[in-house]
Design a protein around this ligand. Structure first.
Ligand code: X2X
Length: 331
C-alpha cells in the first residue's frame, strides 16, 4: 500500500517535470551591442515583455557582443538561418551581405532624418524589405534602430570630402561601405566592432562611423577620436527576427505574443534612443570632442561625391524597393 502511494507520487512528480520541460522554453537572441547601449536594451525589453506576458513560460536569453558568432557580426544572419541562433535583434548593415536588399539603408545620403527613416520602415518599402528577409528563411517581426551614423577621426576636422583623403576609416564588413569611403577618397578598412576599438586605440585606423549613442556609451573619445562630423549619412534600423523553423513550431498565440512584444520593445527603444540624442551630443562636447556641423552646401559635396554608390548598388537592391523608398521619402 505504502509502495503504491510512493510510486504514484513519483509518477506525478515525473509527469509534472515533463510538462514543465514541455512548456518552459528558452530561446537564444543574438545582438552585437550589450544592454549598455539602446540596441541591447531593445533586445532586453523584448525578453522582459515576453517573460511577463507568457507568465515565465517563454524565456529569451540575450547573448550580446555577437558572441554566438565569435564576434563576426556579418555571420549573424547565416547563423540564425541555419538554426545556430534562434532569434536576433540585428542591424540591417550586418545582415546586408546575405540580404542585398537591405543595402537600401546603407546608401549614403538617401535618408536625411528620422521622418525619412520612419517613412521608409513604416511604409511599402519596409514591407518589401521584410519580404526580402522572409524569402531567405528568417521571419522579421518589428523595427528598432541603431541611429544615424556620424563620422569621427583622430586627425582633423572633416568638412569636405577632400579632408577625408587618405584617412584610414574603419567600416563594417559589408561591401557597400568600401565603395562609399573609396568614392570619398578615404582609405576604408573592414573589421568587426570587436576589433574596432583596439584598432582605434593603437592608431591602426584614423576614424570610424557610428551613431552618437555608440560613440557616447563606448567612450570613443577616449581612444583619440577628437573630431566628430555630423553628416547623418545613413541610419541602420534594427530588426527583431526569428529562425523560420523555430517560428513554425510555435503555437499561433505564442507567435502573436512574440510579435507584439517585439513591436512594443522596438517602439520603446526608438523613442528612448531619439530622446537621448541632445544630451548625448552635449556630453560628447563636454568631453572635449570637436563637433563639426555641416552647412547644406558642405553636406551637398558629400552627396555628390557618393552618387556613384547609388548607381552601383541600385540593381542589387532592386528597383521596386528603391522606388518605394524614394516615393516614401518624397512624400
Ligand atoms: O559595428 C558597428 O559599427 C555597429 C556596432 O554599429 C554595428 O553592428 C552595425
Amino acid at each position: 500500500m505504502k509502495l503504491t502511494r510512493c510510486l504514484t507520487a513519483l509518477a506525478a512528480a515525473a509527469a509534472l517535470s515533463a510538462s514543465f520541460a514541455a512548456s518552459a522554453r528558452e530561446y537564444s537572441v543574438s545582438t552585437v551591442l550589450s544592454d549598455a547601449f539602446p540596441w541591447g536594451q531593445a533586445a532586453q525589453k523584448w525578453a522582459d515583455l515576453v517573460e511577463e506576458r507568457s507568465n515565465g513560460e517563454i524565456t529569451l536569453r540575450v547573448y550580446p557582443n555577437a558572441q554566438l558568432v565569435a564576434g563576426d557580426q556579418t555571420k549573424e544572419f547565416s547563423a540564425m538561418r541555419s538554426g545556430l541562433i534562434d532569434m536576433a535583434v540585428g542591424s540591417t548593415i550586418n545582415w546586408s551581405p546575405q540580404v542585398p536588399e537591405l543595402n537600401l539603408f546603407n546608401l549614403p545620403f538617401l535618408m536625411a532624418d528620422n521622418a525619412d527613416l520612419d517613412a521608409v520602415t513604416q511604409g511599402e518599402a519596409g514591407k518589401l524589405a521584410f519580404a526580402a528577409i522572409e524569402k531567405r528563411g528568417i521571419v522579421p517581426l518589428a523595427w528598432a534602430e541603431n541611429g544615424f551614423r556620424e563620422l569621427s577621426n583622430s586627425a582633423k576636422p572633416v568638412q569636405t570630402p577632400t579632408d577625408l583623403a587618405g584617412l584610414k576609416i574603419r567600416v563594417v564588413g559589408s561591401p557597400l561601405f568600401q565603395d562609399t569611403f573609396n568614392a570619398l577618397g578615404a582609405n576604408p578598412t573592414q573589421m568587426s566592432w570587436a576589433d574596432a576599438k583596439p584598432a582605434l586605440t593603437t592608431g591602426a585606423v584614423d576614424g570610424q562611423e557610428n551613431p552618437l549613442s555608440v560613440f557616447d556609451v563606448a567612450r570613443i573619445d577616449q581612444v583619440g577620436q577628437k573630431y566628430l562630423t555630423l553628416w547623418h549619412y545613413m541610419a541602420d534600423p534594427l530588426i527583431f527576427a526569428v529562425n523560420q523553423r523555430v517560428w513554425k513550431k510555435l503555437p499561433e498565440a505564442d507567435r502573436e505574443l512574440l510579435r507584439q512584444a517585439a513591436i512594443d520593445a522596438g517602439q520603446w527603444e526608438i523613442e528612448m534612443s531619439r530622446s537621448a540624442e541632445v544630451k548625448r551630443l552635449a556630453d560628447i562636447r563636454e568631453r572635449g570632442v570637436e563637433v563639426i556641423e555641416l552647412t547644406d552646401e558642405q553636406r551637398q559635396a558629400f552627396v555628390e561625391a557618393t552618387r556613384s554608390v547609388h548607381e552601383t548598388w541600385a540593381p542589387k537592391i532592386g528597383t521596386e524597393l528603391l522606388d518605394a523608398a524614394r516615393t516614401a521619402i518624397a512624400e
